[in-house]
Design a binder for this molecule. Structure first.
Ligand SMILES: Cc1cc2nc3c(=O)[nH]c(=O)nc-3n(C[C@H](O)[C@H](O)[C@H](O)COP(=O)(O)O)c2cc1C
Length: 170
């Protein structure tokens, strides 16, 4: 989708909401950061976080979370707390090898606690997924599947996904 068209479409959906944009790219001053800044410029009320500011360890698959305690001591809870109470969450991510970057995938995998406990930390929250890449919109198929699972696990209602080609931004 063209950048202008995207901003025109997403703005009325989020502008009056208590919304949070999450930049999932580890690249400083990259395309996702620019995209998040543009979303923010068009919708000044929304807040922004950068996932690389959080130290989130990958899930070890120990399943200790089933009994209520994850052994990883990091910023995962801090990250989830940033999303709590939001009416809309917009995940902005690059494609990395047909998937989402390891940093975002680590955060998603750590939601195993919410998946097994069926606890939904977010309520009445709409989810948007914005993917940017160089090659093909088809990358949205696999990335969207992962992000939709993330949203469903957190209690977020997925509304729409967008693919913005890199050359629209940089
Ligand atoms: C490790 C790595 C893997 C990538 N894999 C893909 C890919 O599979 N498909 C694609 O279209 N672009 C791929 N790209 C390009 C990025 O998705 C693209 O440049 C994106 O706009 C970068 O956003 P950023 O600057 O916010 O990190 C890859 C980039 C990196 C660094």
């Amino acid at each position: 989708m063209k950048l202008k068209e995207f901003l025109k479409e997403i703005s009325p959906r989020i502008s009056k909401k208590n919304a949070l944009a999450v930049n999932a790219s580890p690249r400083k001053n990259g395309n996702c950061r620019k995209l998040v800044s543009l979303i923010n410029a068009a919708n000044p009320k929304i807040s922004t976080i950068h996932l690389d500011a959080f130290r989130i360890l990958p899930c070890e698959g120990c399943l200790n979370c089933i009994s209520g305690s994850c052994p990883s001591n990091d910023d995962f809870t801090k990250f989830i707390n940033q999303m709590k109470g939001k009416e809309a969450v917009i995940i902005v991510s690059p494609v990395f090898f047909c998937g989402v970057p390891a940093q975002l995938k680590a955060a998603i995998d750590r939601c195993q606690f919410y998946w097994s406990s069926k606890i939904k930390p977010l309520k009445n929250c709409e989810g948007y997924f914005v993917l940017t890449g160089e090659r093909s919109e088809r990358d949205l198929i696999c990335c969207e599947k992962t992000v939709k699972a993330f949203f469903a696990t957190l209690g977020v209602k997925h509304i729409k996904s967008y693919y913005i080609p890199k050359n629209e931004i940089s």
